[in-house]
Design a binder for this molecule. Structure first.
Ligand code: SAM
Length: 364
C-alpha cells in the first residue's frame, strides 16, 4: 500500500463530526488519502496547513485538535472533478467550459452552466452526482440572484426529490429551499467571524436574516445573546422559525416577517447593541434603520456592501462612516473591513465593522 506525507489534524471522537464538517465546507480534506484511527479519535489528512483565521474559527467553535505532518495511506484513484469524469464524454471545446467551482447546499449541488453547455445539462449533472457521492439533486442556475428576496432561477438537471434540503454549518442545521430563499455556503467564514465578536448577553438585530445562518449561530454560540431576525420573504421566515426549533434556540431568536426599515425604526428602536446588515445589494439604503435600532450609547454595525472595481474599498468604507456621522453619531469609525468574496469581474462583497457611539441629543 502507498503512503504519502500530509498535514494531519488529530481530533477526539466527540469533535470529529464538527471538524470534518468545517474542513469539508472549505474543501480542505486531502483527496485520495485515508483517515487514520488513533485511539478513540482519528487523524484527518488535509490539503494544507490551516490559516490563523481558520484556527481561530475552530477555537471559537470549541473544536480541539493537534496538527502535524504525518504519513497516510493513499486510496485507490477515483474521479476527482467534473472535468475528469467528462473527459471522454465531451469534445475538448466544451470540456474547457465545464464549471470548476460549484456550491453544495445540503444534498443539492448548485452549479451554473455556460450557454455552450446548456444542451449537456443531464450529462454534467450526472457527473456532479458521481463526484459528490452524498448529493441527491443537481440544480443549474438559470438566472442571477435578483429582486427583493435575492433569489436566483434554477432548473433540475439531474437527480430526484424535492428542492428542499438540510444544510449543516458550524454545528448548526438549516432547512431551506434554494429556489425560494437566498442561501450561500460561501458566507460560512463571515458568519463565524461576526459571531465571534458578539459578547455574552448582547441584543442583536439581524435585519436581512434569510433562513437564519447569522442569527442561529450567534444564539447557539454566545451565552444569553438574543437575536431579532427580520426578513421580508415569507418563505425565509417560515424556514427561520423551523430552524430555530431544529437548533433548539427557541426564546433566543425572534423571527419577524416585515420590512427591515420599519421593524428597526419601530419595534427594535433603541434596543440593540449590534446590527447585522447582510444585504450587500441594498444595505446602504438602511443606515438610518440600523442607527435607530442601536442603543442610545451606540454599538456595532456589520455592514455588507458591494464594491465595484473602479471604487476603492477604503473610500467606500470611509463614505459609510461619514454617512453615519451625518445621522448624528459623535463617534463613528470602522474597526476593520475585509473582502468576503469576489462576486464578479472586479466586483467584491465587502464586510465592514462600524463602531458608533455618542448619539447627539437631537437624534434621541
Ligand atoms: C443576501 S440575503 C442574506 C440572507 C442571510 N443573512 C444569509 O446569510 O443567508 C438578504 C435577505 O434580505 C431580505 N430582504 C431584502 N430586502 C429586505 C427588506 N427591505 N426588509 C427585510 N428583509 C429584506 C431578502 O429576502 C433576503 O433573505
Amino acid at each position: 500500500m502507498d503512503l504519502k506525507r500530509f498535514w494531519g489534524l488529530r481530533v477526539e471522537r466527540r469533535d470529529c463530526e464538527r471538524l470534518l464538517e468545517f474542513l469539508r465546507e472549505r474543501n480542505l480534506v486531502a483527496k485520495g488519502a485515508r483517515f487514520k484511527r488513533i485511539g478513540s479519535g482519528i487523524a484527518v489528512p488535509i490539503e494544507r496547513q490551516l490559516t490563523a483565521e481558520e484556527t481561530a474559527s475552530l477555537a471559537l467553535l470549541g473544536i480541539r485538535f493537534e496538527g502535524a505532518e504525518e504519513e497516510f495511506e493513499l486510496q485507490e484513484a477515483r474521479p476527482r472533478s467534473l472535468h475528469d469524469i467528462l473527459l471522454d464524454k465531451l469534445p475538448p471545446h466544451l470540456l474547457a467550459s465545464v464549471p470548476r467551482a460549484y456550491d453544495v447546499i445540503g444534498d443539492i449541488v448548485v452549479l451554473e452552466l455556460p450557454d455552450e453547455l446548456k444542451g449537456c445539462g443531464a450529462l454534467v449533472g450526472e457527473a456532479a452526482l458521481e463526484v459528490n457521492k452524498r448529493a441527491r439533486l443537481v440544480l443549474n442556475k438559470t438566472s442571477d440572484i435578483s429582486g427583493k428576496f435575492r433569489v436566483g432561477g434554477y432548473e433540475v438537471i439531474a437527480g430526484k426529490g424535492p428542492t428542499e434540503t438540510l444544510h449543516r454549518e458550524h454545528g448548526c442545521v438549516y432547512k431551506l429551499d434554494p429556489t425560494k430563499v437566498f442561501f450561500t455556503p460561501r458566507l460560512s467564514a463571515e458568519r463565524a467571524r461576526v459571531a465571534s465578536q458578539v459578547k455574552r448577553g448582547e441584543v442583536v438585530a439581524d435585519l436581512f436574516a434569510g433562513v437564519g445562518p447569522f442569527s442561529i449561530l450567534i444564539a447557539k454560540k454566545v451565552p444569553d445573546a438574543k437575536v431579532f431576525s427580520v426578513d421580508a420573504n415569507p418563505f425565509a421566515i417560515a424556514y427561520l422559525e423551523e430552524n430555530v426549533r431544529l437548533n433548539r434556540v427557541e426564546g433566543r431568536v425572534t423571527a419577524i416577517l416585515g420590512d427591515a426599515g420599519e421593524v428597526a425604526g419601530n419595534m427594535l428602536r433603541g434596543k440593540c447593541s449590534r446590527v447585522v446588515m447582510n444585504l450587500p445589494a441594498g444595505s446602504e439604503l438602511f443606515l438610518e434603520a440600523a442607527s435607530s435600532a442601536l442603543l442610545q450609547r451606540g454599538g456595532v454595525v456589520h455592514m455588507h456592501v458591494f464594491v465595484e472595481g473602479r471604487e476603492s474599498v477604503e473610500g467606500k468604507v470611509s463614505a459609510l462612516v461619514e454617512r453615519f456621522k451625518e445621522l448624528g453619531w459623535g463617534k463613528a469609525e470602522a474597526s476593520g473591513f475585509r473582502i468576503v468574496r469576489e462576486v464578479g469581474k472586479r466586483s467584491y462583497h465587502v464586510a465592514a465593522d462600524i463602531i458608533l457611539a455618542g448619539r447627539l441629543a437631537h437624534q434621541r
